[in-house]
Design a protein around this ligand. Structure first.
Ligand code: 13P
Ligand code: SF4
Length: 350
């Protein structure tokens, strides 16, 4: 757990990292908030998990652990505090609750959803299982607990290929991100279909089983917006730029980029390489966070595309969350125990 700093120490720490990004008077205000959060965190025996998309002042001050979805799920599984405050979105906080039924899990904003999680229901998964009996269901961790409960195993963008491989079956149902599924199908040479539930499936009409993946047309409302045209225009202006795309981007965008990986894989790539400049095709706060931690790296940012859900989480709301014990995440026990199997299998796979 981080050492508790005074407001002055916190202000100096934040200034050392963020002076090029956040004006001084706002930094002082945020340092005061961060100190109060850290004081309450200790008083209430809480741990704060912060996703890589958190805004720079929050990201660099209050989380005990930062990371991508898989890393934070692993941290949540090992949490020994009484309270887990999840600075991320609802499906992430739910995953922490699935793993920690006796702990209080808090999400600082009720509005922090996710377009992928909202794209599919448990009933949709049950219908797909009826259509494709015996075919295992892999769901992206960006889903709600009742959808996870219908699944054999969850995955994140950092272990999707390993999870599918681990099943050892000819065919998988892979839900709900269309682009992650298409990227995975391309990478592993599989043929993917996207059945419409209102129409009979191919094998029901004698169409034969000429596919290895069954997908769903969920999209991330952030990553679907990046285009090959964006990449072309950036490369025209900055021919030496290295472009990194999250696998929730379309296959055309991923193919036109130089690297694709989870949020933490992108951070590691930037840290380990030395090129004139980088552009991340993902939530733009990540560019700020990397630039703050690596002042020698030149980060371009496309900030017209933002995640409205991740951006709900502020230092003010995180403080209110600890002061008022809000918003408490609950998962019905019957759903939790079934979802737990799928989440634990995911965590076990590298
Ligand atoms: P990561 O698992 O790469 O952190 O992705 C989470 C997410 O929501 C990306 O939009
Ligand atoms: Fe969901 Fe996309 Fe936001 Fe990630 S960036 S939380 S996938 S809407």
């Amino acid at each position: 757990m981080a050492v508790e700093l005074s407001v002055d120490e916190m202000y100096r720490k934040m200034k050392a990292m963020l002076s090029g990004i956040v004006p001084d008077f706002e930094l002082r205000y945020k340092a005061e908030l961060a100190c109060e959060i850290n004081r309450l965190k200790k008083e209430r025996n809480a741990v704060i998990l912060g996703h890589n998309y958190m805004e720079p002042a929050l990201y660099h001050s209050v989380p005990d652990f930062t990371g991508d979805s898989l890393e934070l799920s692993r941290r949540a599984a090992k949490a020994d505090a009484d309270i887990i405050v999840f600075c991320g979105v609802k499906f992430m906080a739910e995953t922490a609750k699935i793993l920690n039924p006796t702990k209080t899990v808090l999400l600082p904003s009720e509005k922090a959803g996710c377009s992928l999680a909202a794209s599919i229901t448990a009933g949709d998964v049950r219908e797909l299982k009826r259509r494709f009996p015996g075919v295992p269901v892999v769901t992206y961790v960006n889903t709600y607990a009742d959808v996870k409960a219908e699944s054999d195993v969850c995955c994140t963008s950092s272990n999707a290929a390993a999870v599918v491989e681990s099943l050892g079956t000819d065919t998988v149902i892979f839900l709900p991100d269309e682009y992650l599924a298409r990227n995975l199908a391309r990478e592993t040479g599989k043929h993917i279909i996207f059945p419409t539930l209102s129409e009979p499936a191919a094998q029901e009409t004698g169409g034969g089983l000429d596919f290895q993946m069954v997908g769903w047309r969920g999209r991330c409302e952030v990553h679907e917006k990046f285009t090959v045209g964006d990449i072309r225009r950036v490369r025209e202006q900055f021919p030496d730029v290295v472009i990194l795309a999250h696998p929730e981007c379309s296959p055309e965008v991923v193919e036109a980029a130089d690297f694709s990986g989870s949020t933490s894989a992108m951070i590691r790539y930037v840290e380990k390489t030395t090129v004139p400049r980088y552009l991340l095709l993902t939530e733009c706060a990540m560019g700020d966070n990397i630039a703050a931690a690596n002042p020698d790296k030149d980060m371009l940012r496309l900030c017209m595309v933002r995640c409205p859900h991740m951006n709900q989480i502020t230092l003010e709301d995180t403080l209110a969350s600890l002061q008022r014990t809000q918003y408490v995440i609950e998962v019905p026990e019957e759903i939790r125990v079934r979802a737990l199997r799928a989440v634990e299998r995911m965590i076990a796979i590298g």
